[in-house]
Design a protein around this ligand. Structure first.
Ligand SMILES: [Zn+2]
Length: 67
């Protein structure tokens, strides 16, 4: 607290937090998203599903195709 470069540290931390926040928090209300992973065996793909517990928004993302 005394003479520490908190401002600079915070700025660096802040940009990192924003990057993480874009991915892990709801774009609508900013709540922390819940993640689920599931595999579609008919398509041999693994999906990630993110849902917001606050506003119910859902986002799905294809993670990777199984070999
Ligand atoms: Zn939300």
């Amino acid at each position: 607290m005394e003479g520490e470069p908190m401002g600079r540290q915070r700025a660096r931390l802040g940009s990192l937090e924003r990057l993480v926040q874009n991915y892990s928090h709801c774009a609508e209300c900013g709540a922390r998203l819940h993640f689920n992973y599931y595999t579609d065996f008919s398509l041999n793909t693994t999906h990630e599903k993110a849902s917001c517990p606050e506003c119910g928004i859902e986002a799905r993302k294809l993670m990777h195709r199984l070999q």
